[in-house]
Design a protein around this ligand. Structure first.
Ligand SMILES: Cc1ncc(COP(=O)(O)O)c(C=O)c1O
Length: 389
């Protein structure tokens, strides 16, 4: 038999999604893969019921249903403070995941470098490697997850094609400030580098912090692709609806990858999701308040239990330090599997996110009903007894 592709021989499956399977197998509470266990907005599920009768049920226009794109342009234009043409600046994708892949393929050539911060969302490294690109990691230094401007500029001096930024950031919970993004934007312009933004947590920021969109900064619209999705904002991770927003010359190239890879996003789901995109500002305020409430329950409980963790500025993740609970020589992957099986709470080993050699951090998420979070905290109260016993 001939040799199969060399591209993906050095990475495994997604450890995040593997932990969901482990969790299902042993009946653990899944705080590993980030998805809610509460319902999407009722207006959207009601509309989905209607659409199941009325249609559409056939192929969509490849770049996304026109009414969906118009709704994205209105919603995003409002929050980003820029004017977005639904015909030339938007493509609707299978989640932000596809938007990111299409963008990486559209902007890079084999051998190109892509700067990314570490810790990083697990998908990025795999996506870069699938496009034959080389990730160049710049550390975000805990606990505040700031970056060293000199280290970042050194990465730009290596002639990367793009910088890929998750803002708000999974798994660190960092929300990049205006000053940080301004500094990065100046490097992008100085070194002629594209910015690929993953902004799926744009509406989950805490304590009055401001979400700043890279595409809205001076000189950045021309070189920025803003990827986001409906997964998190409307609690519909299974609908797989996302989009990329970019200036036309870049968008034309992104659309080609989308067209030939997927044909398009699901027609009935786009139709049903339009009511979500048309929600008033009040929806986003209540959504933010709900996340602040879940964060308070979970992080308050973690504090009481004495489990050390980093308090997120945005997103719904905490990084916990489990060094005190690990056996000598145990890997973080082994620890997480044992914890799911014996403690009954699934989390993600930190080694999936860090370029640095990190073996004592795990990621947990709190996008769950109050009763689920309280049950998880109750189980976590046995962490030391079970894991160190
Ligand atoms: C940073 C980040 N980007 C993208 C995704 C996936 O988004 P989507 O469901 O839109 O593909 C996730 C999901 O957890 C994520 O955390």
């Amino acid at each position: 038999m001939q040799e199969m592709s060399r591209r993906n021989q050095h990475f495994t499956d997604s450890v995040i999604r593997r932990m969901t399977r482990v969790s299902l197998d042993c009946g653990a509470i899944n705080l590993a893969q980030g998805f809610p266990d509460f319902d999407p907005p009722k207006a959207m599920t009601d509309r989905l019921r209607e659409v199941s009768q009325e249609g559409p049920h056939q192929y969509p226009i490849t770049m996304g249903a026109p009414n969906f794109r118009r709704a994205v342009s209105r919603k995003c234009g409002r929050f980003m403070g820029i004017s977005i043409d639904p015909d030339t600046n938007i493509v609707v994708t299978i989640g932000s995941t596809e938007a990111m892949v299409d963008t990486i393929f559209a902007l890079t050539n084999p051998g190109d470098k892509i700067v990314m911060f570490s810790p990083y969302f697990e998908n990025y490294r795999a996506q870069a490697i699938m496009a034959d690109c080389e990730p160049v990691f710049v550390p975000l230094v805990p606990p505040s997850f700031h970056f060293d401007p000199e280290v970042l500029e050194d990465a730009f001096r290596q002639h990367p094609k793009a910088i890929l930024i998750c803002n708000p950031s999974n798994p660190s919970g960092k929300v990049f400030t205006y000053e940080e993004l301004k500094f990065i934007s100046e490097l992008c312009i100085k070194y002629d580098v594209y910015a690929i933004m993953d902004e799926v947590y744009e509406h989950i920021v805490y304590d009055g912090r401001q979400m700043v969109y890279m595409a809205s900064l001076p000189g950045m619209w021309e070189r920025t692709v803003s990827c986001s999705s409906l997964s998190k904002t409307y609690s519909i991770t299974g609908w797989r609806l996302g989009y990329a927003i970019a200036p036309q010359p870049i968008m034309d190239r992104i659309k080609q990858y989308h067209d030939f890879n997927t044909v398009g996003a699901a027609s009935p789901l786009m139709e049903a999701a339009v009511v979500g995109l048309e929600m008033p500002d009040e929806y986003y305020r209540e959504f933010g308040d709900h996340y602040a409430h879940m964060k308070q329950i979970f992080t308050g409980g973690m504090k009481e239990l004495g489990i050390p963790f980093t308090d997120p500025e945005g997103t719904y993740f905490v990084l916990a330090d489990v060094a005190p609970y690990m056996k000598k020589g145990q890997s973080d992957v082994e620890f997480c599997v044992e914890m799911a099986q014996k403690v009954g709470v699934a989390c993600v080993p930190g080694s999936s996110f860090f370029d640095e050699d990190v073996n004592h951090i795990v990621r947990l998420h709190f996008a769950k009903k109050d009763e689920t979070l309280l049950a998880a905290l109750d189980r976590l109260s046995n962490l030391r007894r079970i894991m160190c016993g």
